[in-house]
Design a binder for this molecule. Structure first.
Ligand code: NDP
Length: 307
């Protein structure tokens, strides 16, 4: 029985160490160096692999990230489940990043950075977090945990999902019909949706117009959720006051892209959260044990929904 790893080679060394510690009986190989795909039962990969038919004994594909939009679901044989990464390390690092972004927007950090560059000493009204409402698009593994973290920081929090959710201290909205009500109260909007046919381009002019004037945006979902041009127009008109963007389409954005230099935009290179091998290996091995015992794995992608 063998497992093949196909992602960042440096982190692959840590994955290999963790496998040696916790699953010494399972052969661990690195792709594309490993030359015997027919022996592979489990594939852990960030990106899709070409010629998947060579892996003719493959039983499960594990996405090493939480999102699976990089995969062509139709190209994966029906009998091979695709499982996304659900593990505490991704959640904890996403909570940190969104807290950083939301606190930075809440306390007007972009203005103070600009002022410092100009040696300007000018104070702005400070309000407590309890007077700010943060709305989270997506209340799954990440959105729900982020919302609860923001509640602990004192923010008013609301969330939007496809099906109804209940979260302590979070006002929950569900479905297209509730989107306008949800948006109307969001001072800061955080996108933590998966990228699907239904969510592509959702961060657009029509949506921005439904936010309170001067709201701000944090996009940690996927770059293709956002229509860049609509964001630039909303920043220009003042409908949006600032944005923190971690994801882009394409990544990185071209050197001449106006978002790079925009004074009201903080841009990071897709680092909001990262799978942590120490905790991820335990989740993955638990899923392999479930699969071998004929039990349901955690995080199996519903191909119909696309997430
Ligand atoms: P989950 O699948 O656990 O949660 C997705 C949430 O989005 C669910 O609440 C779901 O609703 C909701 N949703 C999906 N489609 C719709 C829709 N059409 N309308 C309304 N709500 C919808 O995903 P995760 O929380 O694990 O991850 C979310 C995304 O975060 C990933 O897909 C990835 O794109 C991104 N990500 C970004 C990272 C970064 O570093 N920037 C790192 C990791 C992930 P319901 O609850 O009803 O199913």
């Amino acid at each position: 029985m063998s497992f093949v790893y196909n992602a960042d080679p440096e982190r692959g060394q840590e994955w290999e160490r963790q496998f040696a510690l916790h699953a010494p009986d399972m052969a661990f190989h690195h792709w594309p160096a490993y030359e015997d795909p027919a022996k592979v039962r489990y594939l852990g990969t960030w990106a899709p692999i070409n010629d998947l038919e060579r892996f003719n004994n493959l039983e499960v594909i594990f996405s090493l990230g939480a999102g699976v939009d990089q995969f062509d679901l139709d190209a994966i044989p029906r009998h091979v489940p695709l499982v996304r990464m659900q593990e505490p390390g991704i959640v904890a690092t996403m909570q940190e990043y969104v807290a950083m972004a939301v606190l930075g927007l809440h306390r007007d950090l972009l203005s103070y950075i600009a002022q410092q560059r100009e040696s300007v000493w000018k104070t702005r009204r400070v309000r407590p977090a309890s007077q700010r409402c943060v709305g989270i698009l997506g209340l799954g593994q990440l959105g729900a945990a982020v919302a609860q973290h923001l509640v602990r920081l004192g923010f008013n929090c609301r969330g939007w999902s496809r099906t109804p959710r209940e979260l302590p201290g979070v006002q929950c909205y569900a479905g297209e019909e509730a989107l306008a009500d949800f948006l109307a109260g969001c001072d800061i909007l955080v996108c933590l949706l998966p990228l699907t046919d239904h969510t592509r381009g959702i961060l657009n002019a029509e949506l921005f117009a439904q936010l309170p004037h001067g709201a701000s945006l944090v996009n940690v979902g996927r770059g293709a959720h956002l229509i860049d041009h609509d964001l630039l127009s909303a920043l220009e008109s003042g409908q949006l006051s600032a944005a923190v963007l971690d994801v882009f389409a394409p990544e990185p954005p071209p050197a001449e892209h106006p978002l790079w230099q925009h004074p009201r935009v903080l841009l990071t290179p897709h680092v909001a959260s990262m799978t942590q091998p120490e905790s991820a290996v335990m989740m993955l091995l638990d899923n392999i044990a479930r699969h071998q015992a004929g039990r349901e794995m955690v995080g199996v992608i519903d191909r119909q929904r696309g997430y």
